[in-house]
Design a protein around this ligand. Structure first.
Ligand code: FBP
Length: 564
């Protein structure tokens, strides 16, 4: 493939690395009573008997006498024997990596960081990339990742070095097959880059391999542009920073267009399947007239009509000042959070999990829907009804990326304004345009932040495998400080779990982090939104910058959360 000048120059860029990863280090268990995000219930422990009771760990610099700075050091992954200062040959390793689920900027750097770890600390090791997602493990489809291959992808967007996929390794026969493949390939470790569902799957694999007595450690890496895989130990998922900056650039550009022509309202749906973190961050970056936050809609039990009314009120009020233009941000997950529609979707999910064929099954589903949910279903426009019946993804989720909520809201707002016009409550022009910013944010050049974060997580994942750790997620913390000061470690996957209903059954899954309505990010937005609604406070952040004063900073969400 041909390269642009920017691709060429980004390939040469070397992301900074936390100080602890520059020299010898030890992997140290955190105290067993350190806080976890959930107290895993007995159901979680029952499902993960072999992962139960494992501690979080930190990578600590080994001091000159070979000891780490705290007690309980497990075998380290130091480049040198720090007792006598001579180079010590460390065993070569065989590690597999898989990219799971939706693309997120920085994935290539996770692989690059892992490769760097192996090349620098375990000469003679082999890095195997499973192709096209977890399915590649089952079909034993993989490639060796060498430095020559890796060099083409460093600091560049996309997952195409090995591809990604949404297959799930869950059924007994698939777990057997995965175990036989990692055994045959003699893997010391398997690194899974994924969101909450894929990392739940990683925990299932870790448990299964441990139960079978296999040496293969499984380490997760938090990936998703949605930003909803985070907790006390995982500050953010990779890709969120970049995706928000891509969308914010586009929203800023639309704002300048709206301000110039003064004739359109732009209804912009933003990717982010369940949580509204992306919409909230983009609102803080750009200051739109309205940004709907699904979690608030849910908490306040708002109906579709309430949301339509609120948007129409803002438009009518601005019209009084002669402003017939503006921007409305809509999270793609909104539809599931409107309680009436959420209840309908829940019932549809359970019913669809039971049926196998398309058209007939849809008729069968209709006859089994409860009266209340059938009424909601029939109220929706035909296109939305059709979209709600689309196949679920392999994790049982509605594919909200294919539901045009921005169209639905625009149509309903137009109808509402017409109604007000007839009542002489609105007499201006209303013209709306719709946009969906989704896939274009997932494969951008990663920001400096995401590039460095990913390289760190990849390096850490290698160290955790070398230290014989399994069922952990690689972590980097203190992310508001310069990269050199970041802390690096691992956090047990099962400490992030709760029980949820999936495909009609209760299952242990990693808890999804939704927008906290009492948290600092939503509070910052809430304080400003009525001003942004009425005045033109548009802020256009411009494209991602790789050099200059704003190049290294992360996003508002992370800054507010880490400093609250
Ligand atoms: P992950 O949770 O796998 O990171 O994917 C997130 C996401 O980008 C959502 O924001 C979006 O709704 C979905 O993937 C789209 O999925 P697909 O790529 O299968 O159309």
């Amino acid at each position: 493939a041909e390269s642009s000048p920017l691709q060429e120059s980004r390939r040469q860029w070397v992301p900074p690395r936390p100080r602890v990863l520059h020299g010898p280090f030890h992997i140290v268990d955190e105290s067993p009573n350190a806080a976890t995000d959930t107290v895993p219930s007995s159901d979680v422990h029952k499902a993960f008997k072999h992962l139960k009771g494992r501690s979080a760990v930190q990578l600590l610099a080994a001091s000159s006498n070979g000891a780490s700075h705290t007690n309980g050091a497990s075998s380290g992954a130091a480049t040198k024997d720090s007792t006598n200062g001579h180079s010590k040959e460390l065993p070569s390793l065989r590690i597999g990596i898989v990219l799971s689920g939706g693309q997120a900027p920085g994935g290539h750097n996770v692989i690059g960081g892992l490769l760097d770890y192996l090349l620098e600390r375990h000469p003679g090791s082999q890095l195997i990339g499973f192709k096209n997602g977890p399915g590649g493990i089952l079909t034993k489809s993989f490639m060796d990742i060498t430095e020559d291959i890796m060099a083409e992808f460093r600091n560049l967007g996309g997952f195409h070095i090995i591809g990604s996929g949404r297959d799930k390794i869950e059924k007994e026969k698939d777990l057997e097959q995965a175990a036989s493949v990692v055994k045959e390939l003699d893997l010391d470790g398997l690194v899974v880059c994924g969101g909450d569902d894929s990392n739940t799957n990683a925990a299932v694999l870790a448990e299964n391999f441990a139960a079978k007595g296999l040496k293969t450690c499984v380490i997760g890496v938090p990936k998703t542009i949605d930003g909803d895989l985070k907790n006390s130990q995982v500050a953010t998922s990779f890709g969120f920073d970049t995706a928000c900056k891509v969308y914010s650039e586009q929203i800023g550009n639309l704002m300048m267009d709206a301000l110039s022509a003064k004739k359109y309202y732009h209804f912009v749906r933003l990717m982010g399947r369940a949580a509204s973190h992306i919409t909230l961050e983009c609102a803080l970056q750009t200051h739109p007239q309205a940004a709907i936050i699904s979690e608030e809609v849910h908490q306040q039990g708002k109906t579709l009509a309430d949301i339509v009314d609120e948007i129409a009120d803002i438009i009518a009020k601005r019209a009084e000042e002669g402003k017939n233009y503006g921007i409305v941000l809509i999270p793609e997950g909104l539809i599931e959070h409107i309680p009436q529609i959420g209840a309908l979707i829940c019932e549809l999910n359970d019913l669809l999990a039971d049926v196998t064929t398309d058209v007939d099954s849809h008729d069968a589903v209709m006859t089994r829907l409860s009266t209340a949910n059938l009424a909601v279903f029939e109220f929706l426009p035909a296109s939305t009804r059709q979209q709600l019946l689309l196949d679920r993804d392999p994790h049982g989720n509605v594919q909200v990326s294919r539901i045009e909520t921005e169209q639905l809201l625009l149509q309903l707002v137009a109808v509402e304004l017409e109604k007000r016009r007839k009542e002489s409550k609105f007499c201006d022009n209303f013209a709306g345009l719709t946009h969906y910013f989704g896939y274009e944010g997932r494969c951008s050049f990663p920001t400096n932040f995401d590039a460095a974060y990913c390289a760190t997580l990849g390096y850490a994942a290698g160290a955790l495998v070398a230290g014989g750790k399994t069922g952990l997620m690689a972590t980097a913390s203190s992310l508001d400080k310069p990269c050199a000061e970041w802390k690096v470690g691992g956090y047990p996957l099962i400490d992030m779990m709760c029980i949820e209903r999936r495909r009609g059954k209760d299952k242990p899954v990693i808890r999804k982090a939704l927008v906290e309505l009492e948290g600092p990010v939503f509070t910052a937005f809430k304080q400003m939104r009525s001003k942004w609604a009425q005045e033109d406070c548009f802020r256009s952040p411009g494209p991602i910058q790789f050099s200059g004063p704003n190049a290294d900073g992360a996003n508002f969400t992370l800054a507010l959360e880490l400093n609250s």
